[in-house]
Design a protein. Structure first.
Length: 77
C-alpha cells in the first residue's frame, strides 16, 4: 500500500513543519517560513522526484487521493 505510506509521509511532513515554526518562534530566530503552492501536473498529481517512480496504476490512485482531499476541503468550506 504505497499510497497509504505516501499519505502518512505527507502527514508527517506537515507535522514537522509545524514543529519547525514553533521552534523558530520560541527561539526568536529572525526567520520567516513561507509556504508556496505545490507545482502540479494537469491531472493534479504533484510534480515530484518521487512521483516519477510511480507505476501507471499508482499514479491513478495518487490522483484519486488528491481529488478526494480537494473535495473534502471544498465540502468543509
Amino acid at each position: 500500500m504505497e499510497i497509504i505510506r505516501s499519505v502518512e509521509t505527507m502527514k508527517n511532513q506537515c507535522h514537522d513543519l509545524m514543529k519547525r515554526e514553533a521552534l523558530i518562534t520560541s527561539l526568536n530566530f529572525p526567520i520567516e517560513l513561507i509556504g508556496i503552492e505545490t507545482a502540479r501536473e494537469d491531472n493534479g498529481l504533484a510534480k515530484s522526484s518521487r512521483n516519477v517512480h510511480l507505476s501507471n496504476e499508482e499514479r491513478k490512485e495518487a490522483v484519486w487521493i488528491y481529488k478526494a482531499l480537494m473535495k473534502g476541503q471544498q465540502l468543509s468550506s
